[in-house]
Design a binder for this molecule. Sequence first.
Ligand code: 3PG
Length: 306
Amino acid sequence: MKVLVATEKPFAKVAVDGIRKEAEAAGMELALLEKYTEKSQLLAAVATADALIIRSDKVDAEVLAAAPNLKIVVRAGAGYDNVDLAAATAAGVCVMNTPGQNSNAVAELVFGLLVYAVRNFYNGTSGTELKGKRLGIHAYGNVGRNVARIARGFGMDIYAYDAYTPAEAIERDGVKPLGSVEELYATADVVSVHIPATAETRQSINEALLARLPKGAVVVNTARKEVIDEPGLVRFLEARPDVKYVTDIRPDNHEEMMEKFAARYFATPKKMGAQTAEANINAGIAAARQIVGYLLRGDDTFRVNK
Ligand code: 3PG
């Protein structure tokens, strides 16, 4: 059986070696498609694949139709908004993610971006500290929890809102649960966004919500660009010159943002949150093991489609 690793943004070599070892130990063959630039390359590569490991690579109905032997797709990472789940289910393909495997890497980048922001992008002027500031964690999943853990080291006052996590679970971590997203934005000097991109969350961070932020706030987004109402963000930043926006996911209106807000806006050129050797190894090897478990034993833990 053939396992294809298709990554437009490749894993570290050490992670690919680990994935190969897992696959070969189970009697499977590993194929690699890295840094591809055309969808046609992916369509050709999946033609003979029984299993597929991807990152943010798009797997839509066309890709699934080009892969007649495909039984499983594992998104080595958390968010699976890049996979057409309905099409996969219709094609009889199991889809999984690898929750938690890259979350520390993303959480560490949150603080890399935050220190850069509050020190005025290292332009030599006097900035502020994170110590004593109110941090609002928007969604308390694996990344949110790691953000809370690191924030304690910075001496921040930590709040969280999560529509699905019980308040007691948040409290157990020494984090103050808030009752609504509006309350979170009204409370936090720093908001860290960790909601997935779903039909419900798309463009949900809009002008009205942002308008609740206290003076001098910073919003850091290491989740998805789709959760931001981009024209609303522009209007808000125009009205509020005290606020900064830093992100690991370049918005569609990046040029406009640069033009208008260069002194208080930053986007990484390529999504870097999960781009560490450790996260690549953890997520990549977990993906390989999940494939082996599914194909050889029918273990469908972490399946995200029905
Ligand atoms: C995730 O959902 O796991 C992160 O956004 C990382 O995405 P990436 O694997 O494309 O870097």
